[in-house]
Design a protein around this ligand. Structure first.
Ligand code: NAD
Ligand code: MG
Length: 359
C-alpha cells in the first residue's frame, strides 16, 4: 500500500492506494464517532457495497443509500434524498458520510457533507479511474443546475481517500480511457518524467496491469495533491488542471453531454490545446505528434466530433467561465511537462486552428 498526504494544515488528509484495500479496516479508522452513511449507486452497490459495509466492522450504526446511476441525477433533488436518509436515521453532527462510487457520487456526497448540519466528515472511496486520479482529491464538491454543470457546490475536503485498485476490474473500457485522459494531463502540465513513463507503459495500462495502474494512480494523485496544496481554492495554478477542458467543455455542450464522456472530450480538447501551442510556436509539431500517439494509445479521440463547427466552438468558448474581462484564458503548453494559464495569444491563430480542426 502507498500513502500520500494532501498537505492542507488542519484539513490535511491521507490518500491510500493499493490492491484490496476495501477489505481492510482503513475506512473504520477514519470514522470519528458511531454513525456512518454509505452512499453509492445501483451499478456499484451489487459489486462493492457489502464489502464497504463489512469493513466498518463494529460500528454501532451503518446506514446505506443507493442512488440511481447517472450524471442526470447529480442534482439538488438527489441531494435531498441524502439529507432525508440522514435525518430519518437521526445522524448527528459527528456522523461520517462515505462516497462509494465515481465522480458523480463523490461530488454529490461531498456537497451533502459540506452542508448537512453545516458540515460533517466524509470519506472518498472512488471506484472509477477518473475519480481515483482526479475528482476524489482536492475538495471540490457540487451538483448540477439545469443552467450549468457544477454550479451549486462548496470546497469541502474529505478526511481520507481510499483507492482500491481492484475495483477497476469491473470498469467499462470507455470509462478507463476517460480516466487516462486526466492521467495524461498531469504529465503534460507538470511532470515530464511521468509523461515519458506513460509513453512506455500505456499498453500495459490499457491491459489493466495492476502494478502499472497503481503507479499511474499514485503519480497522478501526487501531482494533484501538490497542486491543491499550493492553491486549494483555485486562485492561481490550480487552473492548470483545466488543460484541454475549455475546448472539451465546448464539445460536451455541443453534443448535449450525451455522446462523449468528459475524459473523451478532454482528450480531444487537449489535442486542440497542443496544436494551438504549436501554432503559436511554443512547442514543436513533433511534440504534438507525441501527444497524439499517447492519446490514441489511451483509446481517446484526437479531434473534435465530426460535424462540430468552428462557429460552435467560438460561441461556446466565449460563454465559458474562463473568459475574464473579455479575454479568453486558456491552458497552453510551453513544453511537454510545462503548462501556463494565459490570455496572451493571438486570437487569429485560434480562429485558424478551429477552421483547420473542424472539417
Ligand atoms: P461516474 O461517476 O458517472 O461513473 C461512470 C460510470 O461508471 C457510472 O455508470 C458508474 O456507475 C460506473 N462505475 C463506477 N465505478 C465502477 C466500477 N468500479 N465498476 C463498474 N462500473 C463502475 O463518472 P466519473 O467519470 O467517475 O465522474 C464524472 C463526474 O466527476 C462528473 O460529474 C464531473 O463533474 C465530476 N468531476 C469532479 C471533479 C472534482 O474535482 N470534484 C473532477 C473531475 C470530475
Ligand atoms: Mg476533468
Amino acid at each position: 500500500m502507498h500513502t500520500l498526504d494532501v498537505a492542507l494544515g488542519a484539513r490535511s488528509y491521507p490518500i491510500y492506494i493499493g490492491q484490496g484495500l476495501l477489505g481492510q479496516d482503513l475506512l473504520r479508522r477514519h470514522v470519528r464517532a458511531s454513525q456512518a452513511l454509505i452512499v453509492t449507486n445501483e451499478t456499484i452497490a451489487p459489486l462493492y457495497l457489502d464489502k464497504a459495509k463489512a469493513s466498518l466492522g463494529d460500528l454501532a450504526q451503518v446506514d446505506t443509500l443507493v442512488l440511481p446511476d447517472g450524471e442526470q441525477y447529480k442534482t439538488l433533488a438527489t441531494l435531498e434524498k441524502i439529507f432525508d436518509a440522514l435525518l430519518a436515521n437521526r445522524h448527528s453532527r459527528t456522523t461520517t458520510l462515505i462516497a462509494l462510487g465515481g465522480g458523480v457520487v463523490g461530488d454529490m456526497v461531498g456537497f451533502a457533507a459540506a452542508s448537512y448540519q453545516r458540515g460533517v466528515d466524509f470519506l472518498q472511496v472512488p471506484t472509477t479511474l477518473l475519480a481515483q486520479v482526479d475528482s476524489s482529491v482536492g475538495g471540490k464538491t457540487a451538483v448540477n443546475h439545469p443552467r450549468g454543470k457544477n454550479m451549486i457546490g462548496a470546497f469541502h475536503q474529505p478526511r481520507a481517500v481510499l483507492i482500491d485498485t481492484t475495483v477497476l476490474d469491473t470498469l467499462p473500457p470507455r470509462e478507463l480511457s476517460a480516466g487516462l485522459a486526466e492521467v495524461i494531463k498531469y504529465g503534460l502540465i507538470r511532470d515530464a518524467d511521468f509523461y515519458r513513463w506513460l509513453e512506455v507503459n500505456m499498453a500495459g495500462l490499457m491491459q489493466r496491469e495492476p502494478a502499472l495502474l497503481a503507479e499511474a494512480i499514485l503519480r497522478s494523485c501526487r501531482n494533484k495533491a501538490e497542486v491543491v496544496a499550493e492553491d486549494e481554492t483555485e486562485q492561481g495554478n490550480r487552473a492548470l488542471l483545466n488543460l484541454g477542458h475549455t475546448f472539451g467543455h465546448a464539445i460536451e455542450t455541443a453534443t448535449g453531454y450525451r455522446d462523449w464522456l468528459h475524459g473523451e472530450a478532454v482528450g480531444a480538447g487537449t489535442m486542440m490545446a497542443a496544436q494551438l501551442s504549436a501554432d503559436l510556436g511554443w512547442i514543436s509539431q513533433a511534440d504534438v505528434a507525441r501527444i497524439g500517439a499517447l492519446t490514441r494509445a489511451a483509446g481517446l479521440p484526437v479531434a473534435p466530433p465530426p460535424g462540430m463547427t468552428a462557429e460552435q466552438f467560438r460561441s461556446l468558448m466565449a460563454l465559458d467561465k474562463k473568459v475574464m474581462d473579455g479575454r479568453l484564458r486558456l491552458v497552453l503548453l510551453k513544453a511537454i511537462g510545462e503548462a501556463v494559464v494565459t490570455d496572451q495569444f493571438d486570437m487569429q491563430v485560434l480562429t485558424r486552428l478551429l477552421e483547420k480542426m473542424c472539417q
